[in-house]
Design a protein around this ligand. Structure first.
Ligand code: AMP
Length: 221
């Protein structure tokens, strides 16, 4: 079996998180979501969390060095040795180069980059209605992926909330940042033959079944 060190690439609201959670379940690997790590730090009022908030509230990227240090620390933990899904990192060519250095330092490499190409109007439709669990960060959507009980996480019973940065003005800014800083990564990783394009819609059988099928096809299981 091939080791799965996967990057999820796509605009905010493209469905990266849902696929990342499903992949982790299928392959028994860890999800490393930089947005979740920042929100976790903010919830615990750490220095890193409070600093990140000043950028997140404006829909801007947290500076590369701070983000890369946090990723390096997380990827160096023992549970990341079996494989990982990077969700929300890298978000620029600079960060991708930093990731190369981090992976070289810890003796790892990228197995594949899963890319979700979703049109802007669809992104906006998906982001309005998005909710996440305040305790375990599981994503839901009031229309496409509703929880069994309104406002309550199916997995852990935590309360669901709408992120501050999912407000329309901030979403527009985040989409602009995606286009100017993150989208060039498609070319960057295509040149290395790592891009795997995913359908923007899930099949009727759902995220876990889709990720299982893809994982088999790519030799991860
Ligand atoms: P996300 O949950 O991935 O949509 O991220 C929410 C916010 O966290 C982003 O709008 C950024 O402000 C910050 N963030 C997440 N990942 C990164 C990253 N790789 N580099 C810089 N900022 C990030």
């Amino acid at each position: 079996m091939k080791k799965a060190n996967i990057i999820m690439l796509g605009a905010p609201g493209s469905g990266k998180g849902t696929r990342a959670v499903a992949l982790c379940e299928v392959l028994n690997i860890v999800q490393v979501a930089t947005g979740d790590l920042f929100r976790f730090n903010l919830k615990n009022k750490t220095e890193l969390g409070l600093l990140a908030k000043t950028y997140m509230d404006k829909g801007e990227l947290v500076p590369d060095g701070i983000t890369a240090d946090m990723v390096k620390q997380r990827l160096s933990e023992p549970d990341a040795k079996n494989g990982f899904v990077l969700d929300g990192f890298p978000r620029s060519i600079g960060q991708a180069e930093m990731l190369d250095k981090i992976l070289e330092d810890i003796g790892e490499s990228i197995s594949a980059v899963f890319y979700l190409d979703v049109p802007d109007d669809e992104i906006i439709r998906r982001i309005s209605g998005r909710m996440i669990c305040k305790d375990c960060q599981t994503p839901y959507h009031k229309e496409f992926n509703p929880p069994k009980v309104d406002g309550v996480c199916d997995k852990c019973g935590g309360q669901l909330f709408i992120r501050d940065d999912d407000k329309p003005e901030t979403v527009k800014k985040r989409l602009d940042v995606f286009k100017s800083s993150t989208k060039p990564l498609v070319d960057f990783y295509s040149k290395r033959g790592l891009i795997v394009k995913l359908p923007s819609e899930l099949s009727a059988s759902g995220a876990v079944a889709d990720m299982r099928e893809l994982s088999k096809k790519l030799g991860f299981i």
